[in-house]
Design a binder for this molecule. Structure first.
Ligand code: CP3
Length: 323
């Protein structure tokens, strides 16, 4: 996750000349940083260089990506600026053609054996950026609207859900081998709120993507208390973070039915190699012999990570699992 990120020299070189949105909108550059990151790290899959905010921007919602994250020009509190209509008119091939072109370029520039992962932000996570205007700790405005303006909330989430489905489907048509839904911030919700205000919309997305020949990955952070509900989306793979042991997560999600992706704490990579090695070995031995474990970090690589640690980690996992 966050393969290109800020910690790779190859990415920083490109980044010194262009801002994040510019890289995303220039398929040649976006494909280049994707391929370079995957090859340099030696990982077994590549995630296309894009950002979860791109379809919103493509739909005509003004935003910037600054240090620290996305920033919405006019945070959304109601439909005064016609956000619902903007989302409704979203057509991936017209509004974000560069993402689809990046996917095609990455597919043709990477070795055949390396699958390419397309992705999208999930409705709640996208709504939280739209409403808060940027990253948030408590999501108070988002929750206020969710609780008090149910009609607007339903309309917003419903249109985000349609946008996300069509965006992911377009990536599948462009040739990605798997799709990942980043519901990065829904872990801030109680199970009842998740069930009522979020689950119906994510469920629809996974239904739309069923039977398309690509595994569907459902990623969240801090979702240990929500896994039982998330299971209802019937996705193929669940991404879990380090706050829950993988075997416990598996019990909740259904032992034989799903694959699990995770779950090393990215902060361990800031520590010494002995610690990284021991935490990684613990994870791998806790799932030993089980089909369907995808080793990954529980969340994105932190900006100050030494790429050497990551390369050693990739090698360690490959050595241990390819016996
Ligand atoms: O190889 C890669 O880095 C993958 C491409 C990728 C980016 N964003 C590019 C990016 C991916 C998969 C994302 C997803 C994304 N973006 C998520 C979901 C994943 C998650 O972390 O939960 C979210 C929530 C965002 C929103 C976002 N964009 C944030 C919070 C930030 C700033 C925080 C940070 O880690 O730097 C961004 C900016 C952003 N998107 C960067 C990159 C590489 C930072 C790069 C820079 O400033 O050059």
């Amino acid at each position: 996750m966050r393969q290109a990120g800020r910690y790779l020299e190859s990415y920083r070189k490109v980044r010194a000349q262009h801002d994040v949105l510019e890289i995303c909108k220039t398929p040649k550059l976006a494909a280049q940083v994707t391929v370079e990151a995957a090859q340099e790290l030696g990982v077994d899959a590549a995630i296309i260089f894009a950002d979860i905010m791109l379809p919103l921007e493509g739909a005509g919602i003004g935003l910037k990506i600054v240090d620290g994250g996305p920033q919405i020009d006019k945070p959304v509190r109601n439909n005064d600026n016609k956000v619902v209509e903007k989302l409704e008119s979203f057509v991936p091939e017209e509004d974000v053609p560069y993402v689809l072109e990046t996917a095609r370029l990455v597919k043709s520039n990477l070795d055949d054996g390396i699958p390419v992962i397309g992705f999208s932000g999930a409705p709640f996570t996208l709504a939280s950026y739209l409403i808060e205007g940027g990253p948030s700790r408590d999501f108070t405005e988002t929750k206020r609207i969710m609780y008090d303006q149910s009609e607007f909330w339903n309309s917003l989430l419903s249109h985000l859900s349609n946008m996300v489905s069509s965006y992911l489907l377009a990536q599948v048509h462009a040739g990605v081998d798997a799709v990942q839904l980043f519901d990065s911030w829904s872990g801030c919700l109680s199970p009842v709120d998740y069930e009522e205000f979020v689950l119906p919309y994510t469920k629809r997305i996974f239904q739309q993507l069923e039977g398309r020949g690509v595994p569907r990955i459902h990623f969240g952070v801090g979702t240990a208390g929500l896994l039982d509900d998330m299971r209802e989306t019937e996705s193929d793979v669940y991404g879990v973070d380090w706050r829950i042991p993988l075997d416990e997560a598996w019990k909740i999600l259904g032992d034989d039915k799903v694959a699990i992706q995770g779950n090393l704490d990215p902060a361990t990579l800031l520590s010494n190699w002995t610690l990284v090695e021991s935490r990684t070995t613990e994870i791998l031995s806790s799932v030993k012999g089980r089909r369907g474990h995808v080793f990954n970090l529980g969340h994105g690589v932190l900006p100050s990570t030494d790429p050497l640690q990551l390369k050693k980690l990739v090698r360690l996992v490959q050595r241990t699992t390819r016996r």
